[in-house]
Structure formats: structure tokens, C-alpha cells
Design a protein around this ligand. Structure first.
Ligand SMILES: [Zn+2]
Length: 168
């Protein structure tokens, strides 16, 4: 939630609970209230406001607001690809190899080019781990392998990729 939206919710709450000037939370308390709800998306601010006024007869304390706000914590949904991604083959991550002390180690990096990559926020982004020409090479190889299956034959292309991946 942006500070601007929070300010207007907070002001509305102060009005709703008819707080007198001397009853209004001071700036430090205001920051605590903000921290309790800042993960809520701006688009849900109105819902949060209604939930708070429905739940509490008196101006709620920070932990009470926090508890109500939890209902509006954005869920980490699964992202699906609408388009076929030649970087990660719609898997969402790609493998890269780095040699340390003459030993090759395999790592995973998140695909930065498609929605499937968003399912792996814990992985480093591939564009930070690959040189641009390495990514281009990876995409070129995948296109060579799967590129004859164009967008109009998406299902077919995905089936081929699934089959290919099962081979590992
Ligand atoms: Zn991808």
C-alpha cells in the first residue's frame, strides 16, 4: 500500500471513530499502523477499511489492525505462461554451469522473460547469471529444437517439450 492511500484510509478511520485531535495516534504510532498494513495492495484498501470498521467498535490497536489486514495479504499464486518461452521452455527456470576449482557445478536461475519464472522468486534471475550472448545462444538452440512448432500449434509444442523434459 502506498503512503498516499494509507494516509487516506487512516484519515477516514480517524473520522469514522470520531477521534479528537488529542486522541489521534502520533506520528510514531501512525508508522506502526502503516507497517501493519503496507503489504495490502492499494486496490484492497477500501475492503480493508470496511473490514476494520465492521470488526471494531472503537479505534483498533495495531495488532488488531494487523490481524484484519492478514485477510488481504496477497497470495503467491502460480503463474502460467500464455506464450511459449524459448528461454526456459515454460519450466520457469534454467540450469547454468559454473566451474570452480576445475569442478563444474550446476545451478538454477529464474527465467526473467516469462510468467513461469515468477514461480521461482527465490532463484537469482538468469540475466544476472548469464552473459547476454549465453542467453541468446540458449534461446537460439531451443528455437532450433522447438521453433518449427509455431505459436498456432502451442499445445503440440508444449507436448513435445514435456516429452523432451521427461527424457532427463
Ligand atoms: Zn521463461
Amino acid at each position: 500500500m502506498t503512503d498516499r492511500i494509507f494516509s487516506s484510509v487512516f484519515k477516514s478511520l480517524c473520522q469514522y471513530y470520531r477521534l479528537r485531535e488529542d486522541e489521534k495516534p502520533d506520528n510514531n504510532a501512525r508508522i506502526e499502523y502503516y507497517n501493519a498494513v503496507r503489504f495490502v495492495d492499494d486496490s484492497r484498501a477500501r475492503n480493508l477499511y470496511s473490514a476494520i470498521v465492521n470488526a471494531f467498535k472503537f479505534f483498533p490497536k495495531v495488532p488488531e489492525v494487523k490481524e484484519v489486514a492478514e485477510r488481504y495479504r496477497p497470495k503467491l499464486g502460480a503463474f502460467a505462461n500464455d506464450d511459449f518461452c524459448y528461454c526456459c521452455l515454460n519450466v520457469g527456470h534454467v540450469t547454468y554451469i559454473r566451474t570452480e576449482n576445475d569442478c563444474p557445478y550446476e545451478y538454477l536461475a529464474r527465467c526473467p522473460y516469462c510468467a513461469a519464472g515468477k514461480n521461482y522468486p527465490e532463484l537469482p534471475s538468469a540475466d544476472l547469471k548469464f552473459r547476454p550472448e549465453e542467453i541468446q545462444e540458449l534461446i537460439r538452440r531451443n528455437r532450433e529444437k522447438f521453433g518449427n512448432l509455431d505459436h498456432s500449434r502451442e499445445n503440440q509444442a508444449q507436448a513435445v517439450v514435456r516429452q523432451f523434459l521427461r527424457g532427463f
